[in-house]
Design a protein around this ligand. Structure first.
Ligand code: PMV
Length: 310
């Protein structure tokens, strides 16, 4: 039996604009994990068990466009394996789906790791990330690649599409509270809607992307220099631009407002938006009270995490 896990992720700055080549910052979130377990099967075939989504199937019965089928097939192709051994891939995850925490990419990364190790040829991180990226295309349409990157390498990253990964150094640790609206919102839809806006008026939206990119650049500087007091206002500015992009929603806005009222230094949505999660930068000692205020404002759950270099 071989088991592998991959963390969730949170985007700190730069979502959506990152799809258009601007920089973004993201961190792994080890409090939630996807896990894949590969065992030898007693009957021929490749068996997939994903109880969280009530999926019990053999590979041959799934369409090749199914993300789980695609990732497993991707591993066989990468390893040049023609005759398939009898095995079972079991997938479990504590990462909520469609909520901006990278559940799809984490499942892919965990499967690639466990399966390639089980087959005796553990794949390097670069290949793991590339295979997960191919599957992200099925989930997201036109992904930037930030999810598979931060989840594969499991460290804070400064990410620019099609550029080598850069590690984000965290000068002084800082605390964020993550609040889940409980609304599941497929990233494919918000990314697709932003694309429609952009296609209808590229000049206007390029300016917005530029603004978000500049914020991400400034945020990298203040995170690396440890001057995190400047981070809150940058989050607020980023949230305004995300609202302009139409990817916030009343429930996210309510949580952002509640975070400010209860003492957060800045807050914004995180990920695809239209639901899913928001993040608030908080003074560490106020984290429990701010988490409680988010719950009172409708959050379904909160996670407090400290961001630091690995
Ligand atoms: O998977 P999510 O919901 O965290 O969204 C990823 C971030 C986007 O910038 C919206 C899309 C992308 O591919 O970068």
């Amino acid at each position: 039996m071989t088991t592998a896990s991959a963390p969730g992720k949170i985007i700190l700055f730069g979502e959506h604009a990152v799809v258009y080549g601007r920089p973004a910052l993201a961190i792994p979130m080890t409090q939630v994990q996807a896990t894949a377990e590969v065992t030898k099967a007693s009957r021929p075939g490749i068996w997939i068990e994903a109880p969280d989504i009530s999926l019990f199937s053999d590979l041959a019965s799934l369409p090749s466009s199914h993300p789980l089928a695609a990732v497993i097939q991707g591993v066989f192709t990468a390893l040049g394996i023609g005759s398939l051994p009898a095995l079972t891939v079991q997938i479990t995850s504590t990462i909520p789906v469609a909520s901006g925490l990278g559940s799809g990419a984490a499942v892919s990364v965990a499967i690639v790791r466990a399966l390639s190790e089980f087959l005796g040829h553990p794949l390097p991180e670069e290949t793991i990330s590339a295979l997960a990226y191919e599957v992200e295309k099925l989930h997201h349409g036109t992904p930037s690649g930030i999810d598979n990157t931060v989840i594969t390498y499991s460290r804070p990253v400064y990410f620019v599409k099609d550029h080598p990964i850069e590690t984000l150094q965290v000068g002084t640790p800082f605390t964020i509270v993550i609040g889940d609206t409980g609304i599941r919102a497929p990233t494919k839809e918000s990314v697709g809607d932003v694309r429609k806006l952009w296609q209808a008026g590229p000049a206007r939206w390029e300016k917005v992307f530029d603004g978000i990119g500049e914020i991400a650049l400034k945020a990298r500087k203040v995170i690396e220099s440890g001057e995190v007091q400047f981070l809150g206002p940058l989050m607020d500015e980023n949230q305004l631009l995300l609202r302009e992009l139409t990817v916030s929603c009343p429930e996210l806005d309510r949580l952002v407002k509640a975070a400010h009222r209860s003492g957060a230094l800045g807050a914004k949505l995180s990920g695809g938006g239209r639901g899913g999660n928001m993040i608030a930068l908080v003074p560490q000692e106020k984290a429990p009270a701010i988490a409680e205020a988010l719950m009172s404002a409708g959050a379904q759950r909160t996670i407090v995490t400290t961001v630091k270099s690995n």
